[in-house]
Design a binder for this molecule. Structure first.
Ligand code: PGA
Length: 254
């Protein structure tokens, strides 16, 4: 059985003060939560140290970064390396998010280098893939996702894959309020799992967790997360308030 993984992607929101207020409200809710889902919060880099301090000793809530450099150290102005995330106890890193791909020009090759660098540093990639509306309507859904998966995971062994979470996020559903229907999401997740089976093995495909992302909120979480191939959610807008992020968790547990 795959354990659900529910992650908050705060994007460029919440400095240390706002994050502290969120965690003050969120930590007690989680303490009384009986569900078993893995809970992950991805604050901006600058907020991670304060959040790590507030979450010290809390084994229920893990921290993620939203990006990491594919380089080790040195003359890379503005970048953050895996070693710095390790120092703060960060466990996950979101890689290949569509905003990184489209706004910052991250290619499949760059994302592959980052996935490898993260795994080498014992960080678990939340490896994002997804098609644009144009690609879906143009019949390219499967080829786009296959390429993103094949190139993003190139050179990653089946043993390493055990530490990878895939996040399927249709670009047209991110921050738009438009969610893929549960059926569209399930069909696509099933396809993603079949790509993993052909690249690795059926066992690897059965084990890998595939999150859905794109306008997930408390009202649609139960239906999406109830699908057999949907193993969690990567949540942007609805993860900015403790009540609504917790609402997603609560609705995932039923
Ligand atoms: P959204 O963002 O929930 O606001 O659509 C999801 C994401 O970009 O990870």
């Amino acid at each position: 059985m795959r354990n659900l993984i529910i992650a908050a992607n705060w994007k460029m929101n919440k400095g240390p003060k706002d994050a502290a207020a969120f965690l003050d409200a969120f930590i007690p809710k989680v303490a009384s939560f009986s569900g078993s889902a893995d809970i992950v919060i991805a604050p901006p880099f600058i907020t991670i140290p304060a959040a790590a301090t507030q979450l010290a000793g809390n084994s229920r809530i893990a921290l993620s970064a939203q990006n990491v450099s594919q380089n080790d150290a040195g003359a890379f102005t503005g970048e953050t390396c895996t070693c710095m995330l390790n120092e703060l106890g960060v466990q996950y890193v979101i890689l290949g998010h569509s905003e990184r791909r489209s706004i910052y020009g991250e290619t499949d090759a760059i994302i592959n280098a980052k996935n490898k660098k993260a795994l080498a540093a014992s960080l678990k990639p939340i490896f994002c893939i997804g098609e644009t509306l144009e690609q879906r309507e143009g019949g390219q859904l499967e080829s786009v996702l296959s390429t993103q998966i094949t190139e993003g995971l190139a050179g990653i062994s089946e043993a390493e894959l055990a530490n990878v979470v895939i996040a399927y996020e249709p670009v047209w559903a991110i921050g738009t309020g438009v969610t893929a229907t549960a059926e569209q999401a399930q069909d696509t997740h099933k396809f993603v799992r079949s790509v993993i089976a052909s690249l690795y093995s059926q066992q690897a495909a059965d084990a890998i967790r595939i999150q859905y992302g794109g306008s997930v909120k408390p009202a649609n979480a139960a239906e999406l997360l109830g699908q057999p191939d949907i193993d969690g959610a990567l949540v942007g807008g609805a993860a900015l308030e403790a009540d609504s992020f917790f609402g997603i968790l609560e609705n995932s547990a039923s």
